[in-house]
Design a protein around this ligand. Structure first.
Ligand code: BGC
Length: 759
């Protein structure tokens, strides 16, 4: 009894203390209050100077908080494959920290190639933990610009050619990252589909292509992923820079998608105070010290959203209406990140992050070709000696490529990975084969590798050929690298060919050894003129810290490959719409300042173009082989109740996501290994008032099956999946009529088709 009374007394006392405490807390600090209430309270307390200070940079990667009110500085960092090493406060030089090495996760092309949204979530979570440890509040990524041309130097940072695949893969990355209290900053919004002249390109594109191809992944990132940040792109759209573009930001992003987060400028992407004020830019960052030219005192005061803006407010040109909107957004960001007390503690370079990196890499590696299923995996019971050839077998790939460059705690090279896996099983010899780029430095981070080579091209090939004659297997690691004009920010590739005499090397090796495997390390497709002579080809991407381990496990069959291409790998450059139509890189205006790039291929990007022009890709979108085999049962379709109603009543009563039909099929693993297959659902609109692609990806399922196991795969068909963007009405329309559901193992390998009708 006494005990009960005591506890009641204690509880009441605690409650009183808490109530008094809560009452004494100003609303903006009171965590029990709704964020919007806190934002308004903080806003009300801020001076003009404080407001101006939080909307532009104060260093290369940070912006100010509001110290007087207890809001800490806000720190961003690249992104998107790991947490970039620290640079000096005011300069691009390395800060020289010893605790800023990280785990490099696979590049986003590889993540997209997993077709596994669950891995995207793990990617975001792991990266978020690394960012937290490093004190970063926002990661500059992920990137979802569409793969329009294989020359784009930054394709490796993006998620391929298909808006649906990119949408499904980007959302969990954001959710995982932000679950740790670290903001995503989705980039580069929008139409930044090549690097060459990225500051001067003015994109001309139809509304339909904009909405059907280039915007859906951004839209999903905002409306489903609920990203707290988005980065404006360098280029222009309708003659206005995208960091302060009225249509893209005010109309589409903030009005139509109801984005309530922060629009961040790309570094140095702001060009005009008036436009920045009115057209929705919320937070300005810069490349040069003052955002304009080099080195001024109090440089950041010279930013477009700094003193210039403050002066115009004081002179009465603007009220604080726009400013308050920007500050509200920044404050919301603070409450989700720096002011979020529920954030967990981060950790760096943990084994769980390496494991995540390795799993994503193993699932993203694509087995493109494996003649008769007989070359790979390497039979470790028989193999005695393997010859590894090529610079990419040894070259570190995490350094370089532009802003996504990293300083890693470790990176396992393909050669080391194979040697480790085959220790005690087989001899692994190495021949250089070709020389690419021997430098290994980016922005002050150096690989420390000495790749210098004095032998001639012919001598290197001769050595490789001699060794290849005696090898059980020859594995060439070639492709591109992260040097300028390859897979690298700032420029595009100059052509589609493999660089550095690699073709000559491969042709020579093919003549002396039939067990030849080419592993292409890149973020882009390349021409393979020798494809018929090489029995096995793997797409190995840039896969980060665990590269060598992941490639070795796929090569020897510890991991059964299940990656599928997130873009069409065409035979030649003119098989891409942008190039076939001469619609890249655009035409300079007579003033020499702007280059107009008209996306003449319109919605026909990637497989949409290949289908329309009946082109056979070298490797189609969605293609990827396995060491096991799968048998697809015939697809069957069944109407749901909603499908029986007319479109008119559908539109009135139902959401566009209501299932109208269910498509079902069985999938069986007919081989001897456990493996995963990604079943793809494409929709064909048989007759339409507008020209539509032959088919479009609308859903997919990655299914893991044990040998002999069968599973049913089910898809729902909704009105949204049948719609096109009507650019006259400015909305998505599903026209009644005949459609078909196509089930495929890739865009070119369609297993069955079932017709249905939209009433
Ligand atoms: C890149 C961005 C990057 C930023 C900061 C820019 O040049 O385009 O993607 O986040 O620099 O490094």
């Amino acid at each position: 009894m006494i005990k009960t009374k005591f506890y009641t007394f204690l509880a009441i006392t605690l409650l009183c203390v808490q109530t008094v405490k809560a009452q004494s807390l100003p609303a903006y600090l009171d965590e029990t209050k709704d964020i919007e209430v806190r934002v308004e309270d903080a806003l009300k307390r801020m001076t003009l100077d404080e407001k101006i200070r939080v909307i532009h940079a104060q260093s290369k990667f940070s912006s100010a908080g509001v110290p007087r009110l207890g809001f800490p500085d806000f720190w961003t960092d690249d992104g998107p494959h790991g947490v970039r090493p620290d640079v000096l406060w005011d300069e691009w030089e390395q800060a020289g920290q010893t605790n800023d090495s990280c785990v490099a996760f696979p590049a986003l092309t590889c993540l997209a190639a997993t077709w596994n949204p669950q891995l995207s979530l793990i990617y975001g979570e792991s990266l978020g933990e690394e960012a937290l440890y490093r004190g970063k509040n926002m990661i500059l990524g992920p990137g979802v610009n569409i793969y329009r041309t294989p020359l784009n130097g930054r394709n490796f940072e993006y998620m391929g050619e298909d808006p649906y695949l990119a949408s499904r893969m980007v959302v969990p990355y954001i959710q995982g990252l932000q679950s740790k209290g670290v903001a995503a900053c989705v980039k580069h919004y929008a139409l930044n589909n090549d690097e060459e002249y990225r500051h001067q390109v003015n994109v001309i594109v139809s509304d339909r292509a904009l909405h059907e191809i280039y915007l859906p992944a951004f839209k999903a990132a905002i409306t489903e992923g609920k990203a707290w940040g988005i980065m404006g792109a360098y280029n222009l759209y309708k003659n206005q820079h995208n960091c302060h573009n009225a249509i893209l930001i005010n109309k589409i992003l903030k009005q139509d998608w109801q984005f309530d987060g922060v629009v961040v400028s790309d570094w140095g992407g702001t060009h005009d105070t008036d436009e920045a004020v009115k057209n929705g830019l919320d937070l300005e960052f810069g490349t040069w010290t003052d955002g304009l030219t080099m080195g001024a005192t109090n440089a950041y005061d010279n930013y477009y959203l700094a003193n210039a803006y403050k002066r115009l407010i004081k002179e009465g040109k603007y009220t604080t209406k726009e400013l308050d909107d920007k500050v509200r957004r920044v404050l919301r960001l603070f409450y989700c990140t720096t002011m979020n007390r529920q954030r967990p503690h981060g950790f760096l370079c943990s084994e769980s992050h390496y494991e995540a990196a390795r799993k994503i890499a193993e699932e993203g590696i694509v087995l493109l070709k494996n003649d008769g299923g007989s070359v790979l995996p390497i039979n470790i019971n028989k193999v005695k000696n393997i010859l590894v050839v090529g610079e990419n077998a040894v070259k570190m790939m995490t350094v370089g490529g532009g802003s996504s460059s990293l300083k890693v705690q470790r990176e396992v090279s393909p050669l080391d990975g194979l040697r480790a896996r085959l220790r005690g099983i087989a001899e692994v010899d190495y021949a250089r084969g070709y020389v690419g780029d021997v430098t290994g430095a980016y922005n002050g981070v150096t690989t420390g590798q000495d790749l210098s080579e004095s032998r001639s091209e012919d001598e290197l090939i001769a050595e490789a050929v001699e060794k290849a004659k005696k090898a059980d297997y020859v594995i060439v690691f070639g492709g591109l690298n992260k040097s300028d004009y390859q897979d690298c920010e700032g420029h595009d590739r100059k052509d589609y060919a493999l660089p550095y005499a690699q073709n000559k090397l491969v042709e020579a090796l093919a003549q002396v050894n039939t067990r030849l495997v080419f592993v292409n390390i890149s973020g882009n497709a390349v021409a393979m003129p020798w494809i018929k002579k090489v029995p096995a080809v793997i797409q190995g991407w840039f896969i980060g810290s665990e590269a060598g381990n992941a490639l070795a496990s796929v090569l020897v069959g510890d991991a059964n490959p299940s990656g599928k291409l997130p873009f069409s790998w065409m035979q030649s450059l003119d098989h891409y719409g942008a190039h076939a139509l001469g619609a890249y890189p655009g035409t300079w205006r007579s003033d020499g300042k702007i280059i107009d790039e008209e996306y003449k291929e319109d919605i026909f990007v990637g497989y949409r173009w290949a289908d329309q022009h009946k082109l056979t890709p070298l490797f189609p979108f969605g293609h990827g082989l396995s060491y096991t085999t799968f048998e697809y049962g015939k697809a069957k379709i069944e109407a749901c109740d909603a499908s029986l109603q007319s479109t008119v009543s559908n539109a009135a009563n139902q959401s566009a996501d209501n299932p109208l039909y269910k498509v079902r099929l069985t999938l069986r693993n007919t081989g001897a290994r456990s493996g995963a297959e990604t079943v793809q659902l494409y929709i064909r609109d048989v007759k339409s008032s507008v020209v539509r692609p032959v088919k479009e990806l609308k859903d997919f399922r990655k299914v893991v099956l044990e040998p002999g196991e069968t599973r049913e795969v089910e898809f729902s068909i909704t009105r949204q999946q049948l719609s096109f963007y009507d650019d006259v009405r400015g909305e998505w329309i599903a026209e009644p009529g005949k459609f078909e559901a196509w089930i495929g193992s890739s865009a070119s390998d369609i297993k069955s088709k079932v017709p249905f009708v939209l009433r």
